[in-house]
Design a protein around this ligand. Structure first.
Ligand code: T1G
Length: 700
């Protein structure tokens, strides 16, 4: 079976692709389709069907080929060959026809799909745009507004929705090949025409006035500073203004501009980084995994409730342990409120909500956890309490139950030491809100077994999380890097900046939220409580926490108390600058002997981002992260780092480690050795003219 096969069944030619895992349009596939279509022009077939083996119809161009010199035939040539065929070609779709895959289907004369199939143009998620006619054909079939929506958000639509949009001609409810053969038979019997999408003209009178500028304005806010979304609007607009071939030329020009952009390089990097993160270095090939069919959660607070929802959403029953019945009721009520919000937003049906809630049972006795396959401890960050809980779990849970902790920085080994099964203990660090945030840090203790690690990494996919394996150190990957980032934010604050200036600078750079707003969201009392248990030496420079402490001691805990670094509207939760905070900052600066000065925005960005990158290099040296791209996945999916910059380590590579090194040296000269000594790995790579990526390739 080659990657492109052809057979004639009666008077119907069947082209079958077989390029696992997703039938990507690799060079071989393009050559194969092109050749088969050419040869089929003169055979006995009257109609051709194009379909795929495996899990899905073509899922797009082969993204791995974008960083290599293009090989003929180009996809556009293959598409022209299909569209210019002297006999109708039918695309028969299952799974997900995406990107270039759906563009191939659009070049066909007819399209049918299984009801379970989806179609879409997700190129924008890779910093690209459909470069094989998608922006020109979709508006001709589905109209301009639908085309703009579909292509700028990149989310696939179901076959039924696609049929409503005139993108699919027939929805098939049983066997795809039989359905496609029947459809082909109908076309032959009715002598169906060669219906080329390129020949459809767009009725410009039906285009909503100002729609293109409205989309541009909306995307400038939603996809701030991103190139591809704006270019997509220009391509669709060109489809309404230019003849088809000129529209194709415009599309290709803008596609190439996107392809060569740093933004697309960053987003394509993340696409593969997310998938590479699942791979565990050194994992013995024969490592099996344990089945997780039931879960226990200790603690029904914000995190415990969110974690419970993650499992219930994956149809896994949960026993939620709390100290008493009122606490259980409070926890379940909070979960129900969250589900009600999802129902109100249309993300969930009432039936789904009821089903998920039915999977979450409140308990107060550890003995009820005897048969669960996994337990996740999600109580507050007190080591003694955690050790007590793990000792209870060790006594009550059956052998083989995995005992995990959701701690965000505590020592996994110290927790595991409270049990007689350290090999079954692991960290599962969720991010708040746990039922929404994609990232799951899987933190291995020194005794965590490969089977437990592999089970945790596989479990992530089941509950629709993106796993990254982390070693056991204070803060693991994410929070360890957050410490210097937050340190520099506090120092910028006391040295002369304001909360709003810092947050605005970081958000303009691309962070989803600025550090002061994040602190208010998490609660300033969290750090305050952690510091109470620390020695003077552990706390470090008082300039990095004196303002936060002063705010907490005034009852300004952040959003939860209505005031923190900002004042929050009780109804809308919208933040407002508060002059009282500036007085507190100035008083603390005076008390610390700091003479405040104006701090430029680019200094704020450099100090926060380079501090983060430098810590990332140390994390790699310490073996806490398996690879630099894992750190990128953590920061983009757990901390709101801009995806179009690829993550902190990819960003460092993109600007050059020599530049990062020089900046760190300048910051060391300005602010001293303690915080700004460049990590040895970074020094070495900068001096050798290398990148974190090629260093990682040498390690693997
Ligand atoms: N090219 C190369 N490899 C791909 C690939 C692709 N398009 N899609 C997936 N893979 C690999 C992936 O890296 C992984 O490899 C394996 O397949 C399984 O993927 C001209 C320019 C289809 C929904 O953006 O969304 O067409 O880790 O783990 O969860 O206009 O893959 O096993 O070694 O994700 O079942 C547009 C991208 C491209 C679709 C399946 N297409 N893919 O999800 O499996 S640009 C896309 C996906 C384009 C044209 C433009 C998903 C999936 P490994 P997986 P999955």
């Amino acid at each position: 079976m080659s990657i492109v096969n052809y057979e004639v069944i009666g008077d119907i030619g069947v082209i079958r692709l077989n390029n696992p895992p997703v039938n990507a349009l690799s060079n071989g596939v393009r050559e194969g389709i092109w050749g088969v279509i050419k040869n089929a022009q003169n055979d006995a077939s009257k109609v051709l069907i194009l379909l795929c083996d495996g899990d899905t119809f073509i899922a797009g161009a082969d993204i791995t080929e974008f960083s290599k010199p293009p090989q003929p035939p180009a996809l556009s040539e293959v598409i022209a060959e299909i569209e210019n065929s002297n006999k109708p070609v039918i695309a028969a779709i299952h799974g997900t026809a995406l990107g270039g895959g759906f563009e191939v289907a659009l070049a066909c004369h007819y399209r049918c799909a299984l009801a379970s199939a989806k179609v879409g143009l997700p190129e924008v998620k890779l910093g690209l745009l459909p470069g094989a006619g998608g922006t020109q054909r979709v508006p001709r079939l589905a109209g301009v507004t639908s085309a703009l929506e579909l292509i700028t958000n990149g989310t696939p639509v179901t076959a039924i929705k696609a049929a409503e949009m005139n993108l699919i001609d027939q929805v098939i409810n049983d066997d795809l090949l039989n359905g496609a053969l029947s459809f082909a038979r109908e076309l032959i019997d009715h002598n169906a025409p060669l219906r080329r999408v390129r020949d459809i003209s767009i009725d410009t009178t039906s285009i909503p006035k100002g729609i293109f500028d409205d989309f541009r304005k909306r995307l400038e806010i939603e996809a701030h500073s991103q190139l591809a979304p704006q270019h997509i609007v220009s391509c669709v607009e060109a489809a309404t203004l230019l003849p088809f071939d000129e529209g194709l030329t415009k599309e290709l020009d803008l596609f190439i501009e996107c392809l060569l952009s740093d933004q697309s390089a960053a987003l394509r990097h993340l696409f593969f980084a997310e998938r590479k993160a699942k791979k565990i270095q050194g994992l013995p090939k024969d490592t099996s995994t344990r089945e997780i069919n039931s879960v226990g959660i200790i603690g029904g607070g914000t995190m415990g409730g969110g974690i419970a929802m993650s499992f219930a959403n994956a149809n896994i029953p949960v026993k939620l342990l709390e100290i008493n019945q009122p606490s259980i009721e409070k926890a379940i009520k909070a979960v129900e409120n969250n589900y009600n919000l999802s129902v109100q937003k249309g993300k969930l049906t009432v039936e789904q909500k009821i089903h998920c809630l039915s999977l979450i049972k409140g308990i107060t006795d550890y003995s009820e956890l005897a048969e669960v396959d996994l337990v996740i401890e999600a109580v507050f960050e007190n080591m003694e309490l955690k050790q007590e809980i793990f000792s209870e779990l060790d006594q009550n849970c059956k052998p083989g139950t995995i005992l995990s902790t959701n701690t965000s920085f505590q020592d996994i080994d110290q927790i595991a030491a409270a049990t007689n099964r350290p090999q079954d203990v692991i960290g599962l660090h969720f991010f708040s809100p746990a039922n929404v945030m994609k990232l799951l840090e899987v933190v291995r203790g020194s005794k965590s077994s490969y089977q437990v690690i592999a089970t945790a990494m596989q479990l992530a996919k089941t509950i629709k999380k993106i796993p990254v394996l982390a070693g056991n150190c204070y803060g693991f990957i994410g929070n360890r890097m957050l410490l210097p980032y937050a340190r520099e934010a506090q120092l910028c604050l006391i040295e002369g900046a304001t909360p709003d200036q810092i947050d605005t600078a970081m958000q303009s750079w691309g962070m989803a939220m600025g550090p002061m707003a994040v602190a208010d969201l998490a609660g300033l009392d969290v750090g305050y409580k952690a510091r109470q248990g620390m020695s003077k030496a552990q706390k470090g420079d008082p300039k990095t926490f004196c303002i936060a402490d002063a705010l907490v001691e005034m009852g300004r805990l952040g959003q939860k108390s209505g005031t923190g670094y900002y004042r929050y509207d009780p109804d809308t939760r919208k933040r407002k600058n508060d002059p009282e905070v500036l007085e507190i900052i100035e008083a603390q600066a005076k008390a610390q002997g700091v003479v405040r000065r104006p701090i430029p925005n680019d200094e704020i960005v450099n100090r926060l981002i380079f501090a983060m990158i430098n810590e990332g290099a140390k994390i790699l040296e310490d073996g806490i992260a398996q690879r630099p791209s894992d750190i990128d996945v953590v920061y983009v999916y757990g901390y709101g780092f801009p995806a179009h910059r690829g993550g902190p380590m990819h960003y460092a590579d993109s600007i050059g480690l020599a530049k990062v090194y020089d900046s760190l040296c300048a910051l060391r000269n300005q602010h001293g050795e303690e915080n700004w000594t460049p990590a040895p790995l970074l020094v070495r790579l900068a001096l050798e003219g290398r990148t974190f990526t090629n260093w990682a390739n040498d390690q693997s």
